[in-house]
Design a protein around this ligand. Structure first.
Ligand code: ADP
Ligand code: MG
Length: 242
């Protein structure tokens, strides 16, 4: 049977902080293996959406499904996901190796298997040989590579990236953007990427979700968003450069 598997589904999610309606009845489907980007200006609700998927926040109304299973009340650690934030989320007192091993230690696997997994994922993000460094001994770009490696080492169903490149300089941002795209296709992990940078979104994604003030304006491929903006907001926002 030819059914399209959707890895994540949000149905009618509304979230309010005080009197501020931050998400207004959002519907979203993320397909298996795709790289979907949430794009929109600061404050439009991108991180809130990601946090609903991760389970750090619960919607006031609506539900979240992962692999068809309702997870609205399931805590983050049971959702099988890897997450990377804008600011460095590495443990400063642990080496690269220890950072990566943190999540693996909970698994019942041998030391040799741990090492094998860590070596493999460090090679993927081009950080082989640096496993004994501390985060302070790495550049910003290297730290984000390690943060991505740490999210991937547990082989999550879902990878959530919240503006992982925003703190890097333009050249590095561009370089790492291409790396993430390559890596995502190589591993095939379903990925949700958040950014306020339209160029980043258009160059990286299989599909882009343009958000504005708690609502979804358009969901489409980069080409289609670029060529056929559905609303005045999308037209204006895509036309702007950073
Ligand atoms: P984005 O990631 O698109 O910049 P957010 O999802 O972080 O936007 O925030 C959307 C809106 O919700 C903003 O107006 C923000 O100030 C507000 N907000 C986010 N988190 C909280 C919170 N914990 N308490 C109150 N307001 C919040
Ligand atoms: Mg945000």
């Amino acid at each position: 049977m030819n059914t399209t598997v959707s890895d994540v589904e949000i149905k009618g999610a509304t979230k309010q902080f005080g009197s501020n309606i931050v998400l207004d009845a959002i519907d979203l489907e993320v397909k298996q293996g795709e790289l979907l980007t949430l794009l929109g200006p600061s404050g439009c609700g991108k991180s809130t959406t990601l946090n609903l998927i991760a389970g750090f926040l619960e919607a006031d109304q609506g539900d979240v499904y992962i692999k068809g299973k309702k997870v609205t009340k399931v805590p983050p650690y049971k959702r099988d996901l890897g997450m990377v934030f804008q600011t460095y989320s590495l443990f400063p007192h642990m080496t690269v190796y220890e950072n990566l091993n943190f999540g693996l230690k909970l698994r019942k696997i041998s030391k040799a298997e741990q090492k094998e997994k860590i070596d493999r994922v460090l090679a993927l993000v081009k950080m082989s040989g640096l496993e004994h460094r501390y985060p302070r001994e790495l550049s910003g770009g290297q730290r984000q590579r390690v943060a991505i490696a740490r999210a991937l080492v547990v082989e999550p169903e879902l990878l959530l990236l919240d503006e992982p490149l925003s703190n890097l300089d333009a050249k590095l941002r561009h370089e790492l953007r291409l790396e993430i795209k390559r890596l995502q296709k190589e591993i095939g992990v379903t990925t949700i990427f958040v950014t306020h940078d339209q160029e980043e979104a258009l160059s990286l994604s299989d599909r882009v979700v343009v958000m504005n003030a708690g609502k979804i304006e358009q969901i489409s491929t980069p080409t289609s968003i670029y060529k056929h903006p559905k609303t005045e907001f999308v037209f204006q926002f895509i036309g702007k450069s950073n």
